[in-house]
Write a protein of this length. Structure first.
Length: 579
């Protein structure tokens, strides 16, 4: 049953383009099955967002219609009236032109001075519509093709009398050395715009890679690298110098690797605070730059938001409340181990508990927690620091990574002296962490007595809910997922990625973790003590309810969260079957 107020909100969402009729039908079906309000159902299904509701409410307050721009087609007459530089600088977008009236999407439709400026440059009457800055920016990119590289192409001037093809000589012959050029507005704006684009597109990394004839720019989004348009080769070193200046690095040193960091507050993204970890290494064609974007919003995630299903979540929540022992997260680089450790710290962080972390490097500032950064140059290593922090009387300790036998032994010692220790380890699966600790030189009886639990994980991309389609899996796919085809209902439908403007054609948006959780018990401790192989430990762990990464992935496929292709890409095929 829909009340009148909710029906009015639904009508406005449909009119604005934030909701489609198909999405509404799905929401109604979900509500009928699960109860609650229709708005809650649409939010749960990701068909609308809280931002959509906030913008609808604001549009009512100010009397200006709200418009989602995701599926709006370009009106060439409208865009021809406004220069791209003005649209980008003032964060506005012409969306339609009718009867000498220009409809303009604006984040602040009450800005009368801006409306006057638009009227002046377009020589048209202006009718504002309300839109979010993110929607406006994405639509500018879609309509005009404007981005960071266009700033360079539009603003970098070539001195008179010099051929455009002789780009490298332009810099050298006229005294524009890279370090000087790095201070010019063009290069400064290019680098800033590049970072803003990466943050807007939810990229985790920016890669600047000099090649023989071009400088390649790539963003890592949802774990996959995507190429961006390249800037002119002649400002390659200036761009890299600009990044090094921002990261407080030595711009004159180009022969050795360097590390630095950048702290930014991006006004156009609501004063969002972003930390960027910068690494440079010399390559054959110049310095390669990797910029890891650390979005502080990630720290607010809990274990459930990361992707733990109810049974694993219940087990792991009990695990991190234990007074002592070792809990490990395992997986390859980039699998989200540190994020999971931070989520555990968030659950444990109360005024009654003292938590100390040892990290290399400290990725996020965690309020209320004592964080120590490793600096091997001055002797501050994981093992040395652990010796000293035990005198600080901590209740819980987080070690960023167990890399060697000395650190592993100190972690075991800390656990045996009454502390709960969380850390990460590089292994392919959860049972493999037991044998890995023994391989590092820890005595088997110490591993057996101190290890409490292990969570292996992988990150997979979430399928875009706006454009996904569904199909029935065939027998081959089911067997690859370690599923008995005879147990699968004939009406089971699983998602497939398609691609739409909302996900920028990728078919995926965001990531979620797959988990493989092992809780130690007497039988597993005995196997660790007897140094049995990982394959044997794995079989016993499964007997006690461990779900493999691929099986956890299959559950998330059947829930419509990700696709079978993503699970196959991120997990290994099992060496056994359940049927």
């Amino acid at each position: 049953m829909i009340d009148s107020e909710e029906k009015m909100l639904i009508d406005r969402l449909l009119k604005s383009g934030a909701l489609t009729e198909e999405e509404l039908a799905e929401g109604i079906a979900y509500q009928e099955e699960n109860g609650g309000s229709l708005i809650d159902a649409l939010l749960e299904k990701d068909h609308i967002t809280k931002t959509d509701i906030d913008m609808i409410n604001r549009s009512e307050e100010i009397g200006v219609p709200y418009m989602r721009l995701i599926n709006v087609e370009q009106d060439e007459k409208a865009t021809s009236l406004m220069p791209v530089s003005f649209a980008l600088d003032r964060k506005v977008l012409p969306v339609a032109y009718e009867n000498n009236v220009l409809y303009v999407a604006m984040a602040d439709p009450l800005d009368v001075n801006l409306i006057d400026d638009i009227r002046l440059i377009t020589e048209s009457e202006v009718q504002p519509v309300l839109a979010t800055e993110d929607d406006i920016y994405d639509a500018i990119r879609r309509f005009y093709g404007m981005s960071a590289e266009e700033i360079v192409k539009g603003n970098l001037e070539t001195p008179a009398g010099v051929a455009q093809t002789d780009e490298i000589r332009v810099i050298e012959d006229f005294g524009l050395d890279p370090d000087t050029l790095a201070q010019t507005p063009t290069v400064i704006n290019y680098v800033h715009q590049l970072i803003i684009e990466a943050v807007r597109e939810k990229a985790t990394d920016i890669h600047i890679e000099p090649l023989e004839k071009v400088v390649r720019i790539r963003f890592r989004m949802d774990g996959i690298l995507h190429e961006r348009p390249v800037p002119p080769k002649n400002i390659e070193r200036a761009i890299i110098s600009r990044v090094k200046i921002m990261a407080d690095m030595n711009i004159a040193e180009r022969r050795r690797p360097q590390d630095g960091s950048i702290q930014l507050r991006i006004a156009s993204l609501g004063n969002r605070e972003i930390d960027i970890r910068v690494s440079t290494v010399p390559t054959f064609w110049g310095e390669s730059v990797a910029m890891r974007i650390l979005d502080k919003a990630v720290v607010s995630y809990g274990l459930k938001e990361l992707g733990m299903l109810e049974d694993n979540l219940e087990q792991f929540s009990k695990l991190i409340q234990r007074p002592h022992g070792i809990i490990l997260t395992t997986g390859p680089t980039g699998s989200g181990k540190t994020t999971t450790l931070y989520a555990c710290l968030k659950e444990m962080n109360t005024p009654e508990v003292k938590i100390i972390t040892v990290e290399d490097p400290i990725e996020y500032d965690l309020p209320g927690i004592n964080q120590i950064g490793v600096d091997e140059a001055v002797g501050v290593t994981f093992a040395n620091t652990l010796r000293h922090i035990l005198r600080q009387d901590p209740d819980k300790i987080m070690i960023g990574e167990i890399r060697d036998g000395e650190t592993a032994e100190m972690a075991i010692h800390s656990a045996l002296t009454g502390h709960l220790v969380l850390s990460s380890l590089h292994t392919n699966d959860a049972p493999g962490a037991i044998t890995r600790l023994i391989d590092l030189g820890v005595q088997p009886y110490l591993v057996a007595s101190s290890l409490e639990g292990i969570a292996a994980q992988r990150l997979v991309r979430k399928v875009c809910r706006r454009c996904r389609t569904f199909y029935h899996p065939d027998e081959k796919l089911l067997r690859e997922m370690n599923v008995d085809p005879s147990t699968v209902p004939s009406d089971l439908m699983i998602p497939k990625a398609v691609g739409c403007p909302d996900c920028k054609g990728r078919g995926y948006s965001g990531r979620i973790a797959l988990f493989e959780v092992v809780i130690m018990n007497d039988e597993l401790r005995d196997m660790a003590y007897r140094q049995l192989p990982t394959t044997e430990i794995r079989k016993v762990a499964r007997k006690y309810g461990m779900r493999t990464l691929r099986e956890d992935g299959w559950l998330k496929v059947t829930m419509g969260i990700t696709t079978a292709d993503e699970v196959r890409r991120s997990t290994a095929e099992e060496e056994y079957t359940n049927f």
